[in-house]
Ligand binder design. Structure first.
Ligand code: ARG
Length: 464
């Protein structure tokens, strides 16, 4: 045998060594070594189970577990020598185990294949990431609940078509963001349930002839259930696709929030400011303070969408069962998980640090005829049909545009020129406070409702 195949754990039937470039081209160790902890945990559980069913004796099991723990120590201390010739994380670890403990190491792979091994590692890896993502989502939501509570009575213009529409409270707007993220968190929990099923025991594709106890391995690795069909178990990557889909949705939500923050922090809006630590300056324009974190998060949407499309395309048309194509699942999944986690972390740090300018927001709400709908509703209460009321208020707004005055700044006589149904009580509805307070149904923008909604969000977060 040439020097390359000395390393190969499958070299038996081969008569020439792998082409050097092919070896490099087909190797995955540069990226799948990230799963070393999961790979070792899976092997320890497998060996434990094999001993219980009598395939290994206790001394062999102990040697294997001890050896695997030594390998883990070497990796964590940076002493491990990863070898491309050994292709992937699985064979690197197994080869080192055999170097350390001798021939017993070669018994570890009894009753399993890299096909069920890699599917197991990937699920374990993703399960851990999901829990980290969930923690950051929760932290972000807590920040939003606190800020919404604080800003429950802060009035700002609400927009449709990015045109000033009706006054809303800032707390209400922040809780709209929170609702998007709560749905993402639900999707994450739902996805976790399907990630958390165990492929191990499916071996290459058809199962194994050894008297394995899959339930036992499942308990040891804290999976919630078994993958029920061995062919499906080694080839299914739906769980990774689902994760990327929810990651893409969540980053899309963060990009919408980012866009609003970019607008709001601009000098034209001036609604909020971001502390300097979340911004950078310009190398040429000394006056600039750029909202880098929201902009970058907005930009990250593209790569997560790409990760999702990569995985969907990877799986399209693949015949059962395992195909080498599947090695391409890791980089997009890792990237989606890393990106999502990073974006959430940045947001969870940034949201509590937002500094709203209440005066500027209020002034903006006052300027845009934001209480026009309130005036129409007032006329309806006085018996005018809504369409007629709409027309009347439209004329009043046109007059306001000509004279540079908001509806609330016109005197009673002026307003009565548009409808004799208008009385002195009209000024109650033309105030911003009156406008938001009147929308006090569940889901409405009234400050008392926002306080309730923030409290209910907090109690939901405490439960889950
Ligand atoms: N590195 C491989 C992967 O990521 C492990 C499974 C290899 N299995 C095989 N039959 N070649 O998918």
């Amino acid at each position: 045998m040439g020097n390359q195949e000395d390393n190969r754990l499958w070299g038996g039937r081969f008569s020439e060594s792998t082409d050097a470039f092919v070896q490099e081209f087909t190797a995955s160790v540069d990226f799948d070594r990230r799963m070393y902890r999961q790979d070792i945990a899976g092997s320890i559980a497998h060996a434990t189970m094999l001993a219980e069913v009598g395939v290994l004796d206790d001394a062999e099991r102990d040697a294997i577990i001890d050896g695997l723990e030594r390998v883990r120590g070497e990796i964590e201390r940076g002493e491990f020598r990863w070898s491309v010739a050994l292709e992937d994380v699985h064979m690197n670890i197994e080869a080192r185990l055999t170097e350390l403990i001798g021939g017993t190491g070669k018994k570890l792979h009894t009753g399993r294949s890299r096909n069920d091994q890699v599917a197991t590692d990937l699920r374990l890896w993703l399960r851990e990431r999901i829990d980290l993502v969930d923690g950051e989502m929760r932290r972000l939501l807590e920040g939003l609940a606190d800020l919404a509570e604080r800003e429950a009575g802060t009035i700002m213009p609400g927009f449709t078509h990015l045109q000033s529409a009706q006054p809303v409270t800032l707390g209400h707007h922040l809780l709209a963001w929170a609702e998007m993220l709560c749905r993402d968190r639900e999707r994450l929990a739902d996805c976790r349930g399907r990630v958390n099923r165990m492929p191990l025991g499916s071996a290459a594709l058809a199962g194994t002839t050894y008297p394995i106890n899959r339930k036992r391995t499942m308990e040891l690795l804290e999976f919630e259930g078994l993958c029920e069909n061995s062919l499906d178990a080694v080839s299914d990557r739906d769980f990774a696709i689902e994760f990327c889909a929810l990651a893409a949705t969540c980053v899309m939500h963060l990009s919408r929030i980012s866009e609003e923050l970019v607008l709001w922090t601009s000098a034209r809006f001036g609604f909020v400011s971001l502390p300097d630590r979340f911004c950078t300056g310009s190398s040429i324009m000394p006056q600039k303070k750029n909202p880098d974190v929201p902009e970058l998060v907005r930009g990250k949407t593209g790569r997560v969408n790409g990760d999702l499309i990569s995985l969907l395309t990877l799986m399209k048309g693949q015949p059962l069962a395992y195909n080498k194509d599947n090695q391409e699942d890791k980089e997009p999944l890792f990237d989606a998980a890393d990106t999502l986690l990073g974006c959430l972390r940045a947001f969870a740090d940034m949201i509590p640090a937002l500094e709203p300018d209440r005066e500027v927001m209020r002034e903006a709400a006052r300027e845009g005829f934001a209480t026009a709908t309130d005036l129409a509703d007032y006329l309806v209460r006085k018996g005018v049909a809504f369409r007629d009321a709409h027309e009347i208020v439209g004329k009043a707004v046109a007059h306001g545009l000509e004279t540079g005055r908001d509806l609330g700044e016109m005197d009673l006589g002026t307003l009565q020129r548009f409808s004799d149904q208008i009385g002195a009580d009209v000024f109650d509805v033309l105030t911003l406070e009156g406008s938001v307070s009147a929308r006090s149904h569940p889901g409405g923008t009234a400050p008392e409702r926002v306080r309730e909604a923030a409290a209910s969000l907090r109690s939901r977060l405490a439960e889950q």
